[in-house]
Design a protein around this ligand. Structure first.
Ligand SMILES: Nc1ncnc2c1ncn2[C@@H]1O[C@H](COP(=O)(O)OP(=O)(O)O)[C@@H](O)[C@H]1O
Ligand SMILES: [Mg+2]
Length: 344
């Protein structure tokens, strides 16, 4: 799988942020390939840079962050080179939708749900139509937007869609609010949806329902999705392909069956280790993710790695492809024999 056949690809992304204690390297050599029509998981412990990766794609990196290197390929362009205005008009909330983490915070308690969901259509227009000039919509357009939202709310299986638009966020349960936010992301018919731990705040049963819904929606609307989680169980249930991140770096990526069934990087193995029946869950790994202010040299995982050798602290390991479409950055694996397979 090369960057050329990807719908969206992150290549060699490095992001730093200026802090009072110095420059922190939040992302370094982060890579990700999203194929058309697939759901791609991004997994790693808290603090590994997953949210920063999503913000970089959306052009929402906070102040004081600097993109030092890298590209975000999407529809023949590098999103990192687009102006803030072009990102807001053409990409964010339009071609690329976003489902936030916390359904309790993402909706404003004082406005009706319909008015909040209508906002995105007001700026971007209905799918396939021109955006209204300066967000001004007349009565007839507003009625069409509302009808569209009713159909989207039915697609996310929210009961009484028509009435739901007139209610306030507190009148919905956590799972229903997450359905509202999924509807908001879907309403402009994006090609890609980015979801940052969207089920973390929900109970297990509701989480399962939402994952099932996302899978169905992806198939029905031909959506591609990047799904951030710290839970390998979620990856197993939902995703086709996965990237494992550690301390701001991509350490392993590939098809879910291959990465979860035969993990290559010691970090992935330690995360997955634990259950003989391969029920997948995050196991506690001794030690902690290093501070981005002072990341270890060489492989960033080397201080916690049981397989570490002196070479691991000296140079960054090269990325190799030991199994089909399954890539890893670790000195345990010999370099690819044929450079052409690197693109595989
Ligand atoms: N604006 C910021 N200023 C300083 N440090 C930050 C900032 N944003 C993120 N970080 C740090 O970068 C690292 C990665 O953060 P994040 O992308 O939120 O990781 P994740 O989503 O995987 O938990 C963390 O160590 C975090 O403290
Ligand atoms: Mg996060």
């Amino acid at each position: 799988m090369s960057v050329d056949d990807a719908l969206l690809a992150i290549e060699d992304l490095a992001v730093t942020v200026g802090t009072d204690e110095g420059k922190a390297e939040i992302l370094d050599r982060a890579d990700l390939v999203l194929r058309p029509g697939s759901i791609h998981g991004v997994v790693g412990e808290s603090g590994c840079g997953k949210s920063t990766l999503i913000k970089a794609i959306l052009g929402l990196l906070p102040k004081r962050t600097v993109v030092e290197r890298g590209r975000v390929h999407f529809e023949g362009r590098d999103l990192l080179q687009l102006s803030g205005d072009a990102m807001a008009r053409e990409v964010r909330g339009r071609a690329i939708g976003f489902i936030p983490q916390d359904p309790f915070q993402a909706l404003n308690p004082v406005f009706r749900v319909g008015d909040q969901l209508m906002e995105s259509l007001r700026w971007h227009g209905l799918p396939g139509e021109e955006a209204p000039l300066r967000g001004r919509v007349d009565r007839a357009t507003r009625a069409r937007h509302r009808a569209h939202l009713v159909s989207v709310l039915s697609a996310v299986q929210l009961p009484d869609a028509e009435q739901a638009l007139d209610r306030y966020p507190h009148q919905f349960s956590g799972g229903q609010r997450q359905r509202l936010l999924i509807a908001a992301a879907l309403s402009t018919r994006p090609k890609v949806i980015l979801a940052d731990e969207p089920t973390t705040a929900l109970d297990v049963t509701t989480q399962l329902q939402i994952l099932k819904l996302l899978r169905e929606l992806a198939e029905r609307f031909g959506l591609s999705m990047i799904f951030v989680t710290h839970d390998f169980g979620v990856v197993a249930q939902l995703c086709d392909t996965v990237t494992v991140m550690y301390a701001g770096q991509t350490v392993e990526s590939g098809p879910v069956a291959s990465v979860l069934g035969a993990p290559l990087h010691p970090y992935s193995r330690m995360l997955l280790a634990c259950h003989p029946d391969r029920a997948v869950e995050l196991a506690g790994i001794p030690g902690a993710v290093p501070s981005p202010l002072k990341p270890p040299s060489g492989c960033r995982f080397n201080p916690r790695c049981t397989d570490a050798r002196p070479v691991c602290a000296m140079a960054r390991p090269a990325v190799t492809t030991p199994a089909s479409q399954h890539r890893v950055a670790c000195t345990l694996y010999p370099p690819d024999a044929d450079p052409a397979t690197r693109a595989a």
